[in-house]
Write a protein that binds this ligand. Structure first.
Ligand code: SAH
Length: 385
């Protein structure tokens, strides 16, 4: 009967038939990273014609500023002779390409670094290899952060955490139950909740969330990645910069969503063909990293972060002497990256850094407001290729 479905949906239905309703996190893992049919495994979803557009794909300014952040952070680390520059979930490799070009103005940093790309998708790894084919620094690929060798480390991740599987719990009369996916009587995939409540779940929640109303949904992710980041930056004397969309404080709400061709769709329809994400709970991320002794900087909203790093100065430099069309393109990218309404990413997206406490204050996370003009304008110019 299931033979009429595409291969991934057949597999999901087979598992539900064999083992019972499937937790949302397991469904998300299969849809995104199933070794043959997962969304990220089979396709390159980025760009204007793709399913969604990320900050590095909007403008070269984003990756360039991230590159300069890394160079400045390396200085805060005492400019170690060898440093691992790690990117988690690098997509098309655009951010690293732009970052490496920008740090041409810091040759001693460039000389010290080895790039480590952590990517689960062979399709996107291929794309990243093309993007970085011309760079003159060593680049290695890994499937997970724990494969990156020990030593001084700077980690960057843009829109990576939101792609990691999220669990959901639903408040019922007798407590919180895990939200699951089952096959309904009409044959469609459908949300439901597990039969038994999750023991002691209430006590693990931040206080304001206890006694939530019936029907409330709470989301959480496994802590492994946040813990590994915290452990690495403390042990290896380094820092991590994470940029994503989400909330600064843990809150109830259903943010599990599917995006295909830049519009929201039903997450239970056509598994593996649309992107599935959920907001990042920055408070939970911060707590996990702090538990391992890391300092947490921020979160600050993306607009503030990019302005502090000098995005306005960089935009002016790009526009100088450029044709009108280029000027309009730079202005619109600036609005998209730092704006608040509509498609603006400035407020919804946040930056957080997790670092060895020895590093002190990090660029973009200053306690006092800083003047953006303090950041030197970037040299180097247009993106090539
Ligand atoms: N940072 C990029 C891409 C974001 S999309 C950008 O801003 O454009 C998420 C990226 O994470 C993709 O490259 C995807 O293949 C990768 N990814 C998703 N789950 C992963 C996992 N568990 N381990 C490593 N990479 C993963």
């Amino acid at each position: 009967m299931t033979d009429d479905y595409p291969p991934l949906e057949t597999e999901i239905r087979r598992r539900i038939a064999a083992a019972g309703p499937m937790p949302v996190a397991q469904y998300m893992t299969l849809c995104l990273t199933h070794p043959q049919h997962g969304y990220y495994i089979t396709r390159d979803p980025f760009g204007a014609k793709g399913d969604f557009v990320t900050a590095p794909e909007i403008s070269q300014m984003f990756g360039e500023l991230i590159g300069l952040w890394c160079a400045a952070t390396w200085r805060c680390m005492g400019s170690p002779e060898n440093v691992r520059l790690v990117e988690l979930g690098p997509g098309r490799g655009t951010m690293m390409q732009d970052a490496l070009r920008a740090v041409n103005i810091v040759p001693d940093f460039r000389k010290a670094l080895v790039v480590h790309m952590v990517e689960i998708s062979p399709t996107l790894e291929k794309r990243q290899r093309q993007a970085l084919a011309g760079v003159d620094v060593p680049v290695e690929w890994h499937q997970s952060l724990d494969e990156v060798p020990d030593g001084p480390i700077i980690i960057v991740a843009n829109e990576f955490i939101d792609a990691l599987p999220v669990h959901q719990a639903v408040m019922c009369v007798d407590g919180w139950h895990e939200r699951v996916i089952r096959i309904a009587d009409n044959g469609l995939l459908q949300f439901a909740h597990s039969r038994d409540p999750i023991p002691l779940f209430d006590q693990m929640l931040p206080r304001p969330l206890r006694n939530a109303p019936i029907g409330a949904i709470f989301e959480w992710r496994a802590d492994q990645v946040a813990l590994e980041i915290g452990r690495r930056v403390v042990r290896s004397h380094g820092a991590a910069l994470i940029i994503d969309y989400g909330h600064t404080e843990s809150a109830a709400g259903d943010t599990f969503q599917a995006v295909g061709r830049q519009t929201f769709t039903n997450p239970l329809q056509s598994p593996g063909t649309v992107d599935l994400t959920a907001h990042v709970d920055f408070q939970a991320l911060a707590h996990a990293a702090q538990a391992l002794g890391a300092d947490v900087h921020g979160p600050v909203d993306q607009a503030t972060f990019l302005r502090r790093l000098g995005i306005e100065t960089r935009a002016e430099a790009l526009k100088k002497g450029a044709p009108l069309a280029k000027n309009a393109e730079v202005n619109s990218a600036l609005t998209r990256l730092t704006g608040e309404g509509g498609t603006g990413m400035g407020k919804l997206f946040k930056a957080i850094a997790v670092a060895d406490p020895k590093l002190g204050e990090l660029p973009g996370f200053e306690k006092e407001p800083v003047e953006t003009t303090r950041t030197p304008p970037l040299l180097g110019s247009k993106r090539t290729g």
